[in-house]
Design a protein around this ligand. Structure first.
Ligand SMILES: O=C(CO)COP(=O)(O)O
Length: 249
């Protein structure tokens, strides 16, 4: 059975004091839906966030990590560092990482392998750019992003993968994919999984939508049969908005 998940990607926002304040605001809200709740603060605040939410129904996840076990990679963080402070899930392949830090399907495949080798779950992000959609090649792009980074895996690995479809043109732009566009792509993604790995992997996969999800549009997007939750950017920075989305299921 797949899970509903609402994850807040805080990106490069919130210093320690702001992290403390937002977590205390989040803790004042009640979850009335069945969604799993995750937040992804910056690396420097992960430990504090983990400690501050120990007793709560909120999982703290990382926004990125390196694929190597250790070594001369100045400025990077590896899986065992994350695991050592209690982090069990990592976001990989966000379009901002792909665009600004040259992350590729190939390097992401290595990161996914490192996460799996360390018994961590991955929220694997992908999505087409506006030009791709205008050219009608969004399914070809998304299909290749998924296949190149994930289809070397055994079927059993997919229980530790969560997919997040984030069309680049909808991120931070106020432009949301319509619920029908999201559903069409999520259905295509599930079919792509089904074609290679069969119905068990496909049916059990949680596929999140990300891109300008807000309290006002979450319910309609989440009502689609192949949309199992959201990866939320801007609206995750306000506790009221975030919990309105969490409770939109
Ligand atoms: O990139 C996103 C989440 O990872 C989406 O960001 P916005 O919700 O701000 O569009």
């Amino acid at each position: 059975m797949r899970k509903n998940i609402v994850a807040g990607n805080w990106k490069m926002n919130n210093d320690l004091a702001q992290t403390e304040a937002l977590i205390s605001d989040l803790k004042a809200h009640t979850k009335t839906s069945n969604a799993e709740v995750m937040i992804a603060p910056s690396f420097t605040n992960l430990w504090h966030a983990f400690e501050a939410t120990r007793q709560d129904d909120i999982e703290v996840v990382a926004q990125n990590m390196h694929f190597a076990d250790n070594g001369a990679y100045t400025g990077e963080v590896n899986a065992s560092m994350l695991k050592g402070i209690g982090i069990k899930t990592v976001i990989l392949g966000h379009s901002e990482r792909r665009a600004y830090y040259n992350e590729t399907d190939e390097s992401l495949a290595k990161k996914v392998d490192a996460a799996l080798a360390n018994d961590m779950r991955t929220i694997f992000c992908f999505g087409e750019e506006l030009a791709d959609r205008k050219a009608g090649s969004e399914e070809a792009i998304v299909g290749s992003q998924i296949k190149n980074a994930l289809f070397h895996l055994e079927a059993s690995a997919f229980k530790n993968i969560i997919l997040a479809y984030e069309p680049v043109w909808a991120i931070g732009t106020g432009e949301t994919a319509s619920p029908e566009q999201a559903q069409d792509m999520h259905k295509f993604i599930r079919q792509t999984l089904n074609d290679t790995y069969g119905s068990q992997v496909a049916d059990d996969m949680s596929i999140l939508y990300g891109g300008s999800v807000k309290p006002g549009n979450a319910k309609e997007i989440f009502s689609k049969p192949d949309v199992d939750g959201g990866l939320i950017g801007g609206a995750a920075l306000k506790a009221d908005d975030f919990y309105a989305i969490v409770n939109a299921f």
